[in-house]
Ligand binder design. Structure first.
Ligand SMILES: Cc1ncc(COP(=O)(O)O)c(C=O)c1O
Length: 431
């Protein structure tokens, strides 16, 4: 190597130093909600306030106003905000190793995969960064498995009306909702969408197209599509038909998984075992991570180089997810989810006796849909906006359903305070 000039040596030494002050104070720049409309792509319309801090199921905005969190992001912060086990895990990992690429494996990823395979049907895990990416991997794997095993004709994917599987082109096509999937064409071919919970429609589809079907993809309970629990008979029929026709059953547990329904994964209480399961959201409890779980045999269709992602299995994400997993996968927390379900339903029924606003209350665990009465059709978003004004973070599931998806460990006080605020919001929005 030629000798370096003194100037070059000085610049190398200066830029390799780790003790220099932060070069700009941009991190402290004052910002407001208005800036969103100036600098962000307008595909979201966030609330008028900006959350800055969270603890448990309480969140504070820039003005110091406190909100009870009945949404946990969108069913993401399963242990609430800044859970000590998660803070400890991220701090420890942050000073150890952040990223190494998939040319190496790493300890937190291996530990998390071992936990997931020890506790589920799965023998193999693929890590990625989001729910859509997990479903993208699942659909690609199902197509590739069928292609290699049965031939190129077996590519048909059976999905359901009102499904939601993510926002990539493959997964919006799987979801099949016009409002998300149109205008991007040509969309991937080979999808069919049947009515949810309709065993006869599924049987007719397999009778007509069985040899060409590579996969059925289902949410065990439709979340975004209106909080509709799948019946055990329906999910079991899908399992039976897939097995009979050499198709794979993909269960999308991105929202239903990681304890939200009172079981580690929802399939465990529906009497059905999938070939592929996807997880995200609660898996990282707020740190972005997704996972696709499958059997050893199916996993073989993804041989080296067939699929991949830069950040999948990131040590920080896996360290946090490992801590989340250990807290959730206990009898206390899972039983606590069921106890909280009963409390929510009791409180919501009491509101309904006083206000007559709900036509139906449904759901599982801490994942509850409140369908508005016919008189208030289409007003779910108005309720969510009013909730923000009353100090409550809430969700919709379509135009007619208010969705409650709090932390799995929300306290009794927070539930009662949140329900009181919900009643105020209903009065305000539906007056
Ligand atoms: C059932 C289901 N699948 C997939 C997704 C997509 O996940 P992500 O937004 O992390 O890509 C969601 C998100 O709401 C979901 O609820």
């Amino acid at each position: 190597m030629p000798p370096l000039s003194a100037a070059a040596q000085a610049i190398l030494a200066a830029t390799a130093r780790r003790d220099l002050p932060t070069p700009s104070d941009a991190a402290q720049m004052p910002v407001t909600r208005a800036l969103f409309d100036e600098v962000m792509v307008p595909c979201f319309a966030p609330a008028p306030f900006v959350p800055v801090r969270g603890e448990g199921s309480r969140v504070w905005d820039q003005d110091g106003r406190m909100y009870i969190d009945f949404g946990s992001g969108v069913a993401v912060t399963a242990l609430g905000h800044c859970h000590p086990a998660m803070v400890k895990a991220i701090n420890e990992q942050a000073s150890r190793l952040w990223h190494v690429s998939n040319w190496f494996t790493n300890e937190p990823a291996l530990r998390l995969a071992k936990r997931l395979t020890d506790t589920t049907f799965a023998e193999r895990v693929f890590f990625c960064n989001s729910g859509a990416e997990a479903n993208e991997a699942a659909l690609k794997l199902a197509r590739r498995y069928a292609h290699d095993r049965f031939g190129a004709h077996k590519l048909r994917v059976v999905s359901t009306q009102n499904a939601f599987h993510g926002r990539t082109l493959f997964t919006v096509t799987a979801g099949g909702q016009e409002k998300y999937a149109s205008g991007f064409g040509p969309n991937p071919a080979g999808f069919v969408h049947l009515p949810y919970n309709d065993v006869a429609a599924l049987e007719a589809e397999f009778a007509a197209h069985g040899p060409d079907i590579c996969a059925v993809i289902l949410e065990p309970m439709q979340g975004e599509g209106g909080m509709r629990p799948g019946t055990p008979e329906y999910l079991q029929a899908a399992r039976r038909l897939c097995t009979a026709h050499g198709a794979l059953l993909i269960l999308d547990e991105i929202q239903s998984g990681m304890g939200r329904t009172g079981a580690l994964f929802s399939y465990m209480q529906k009497g059905v075992v999938p070939d592929i399961l996807t997880s995200a959201k609660g898996l990282g409890g707020g740190f972005p991570i997704g996972a696709m779980l499958t059997t050893g045999e199916v996993a073989r269709a993804f041989s080296v180089g067939v699929h991949g992602t830069t950040y999948g299995g990131n040590p920080l994400a896996c360290a946090v997810a490992g801590a989340v997993f250990d807290v959730i996968n206990t009898t206390e927390v899972l039983e606590g989810v069921k106890a909280r379900h009963a409390l929510f339903i009791e409180g919501l029924k009491a509101i309904n006796v006083r206000r007559r606003v709900f036509a139906d209350l449904r759901g599982e665990g801490v994942w509850i849909g409140c369908e508005l009465d016919a008189a208030w059709r289409g007003k779910a978003m108005d309720v969510v906006k009013a909730a923000g004004e009353c100090g409550l973070l809430l969700l919709v599931a379509g135009p007619d359903v208010v969705r409650i998806a709090p932390s799995l460990v929300i306290s009794l006080d927070e539930i009662l305070e949140g329900l009181a605020r919900l009643e105020q919001a209903l009065l305000r929005a539906l007056a």
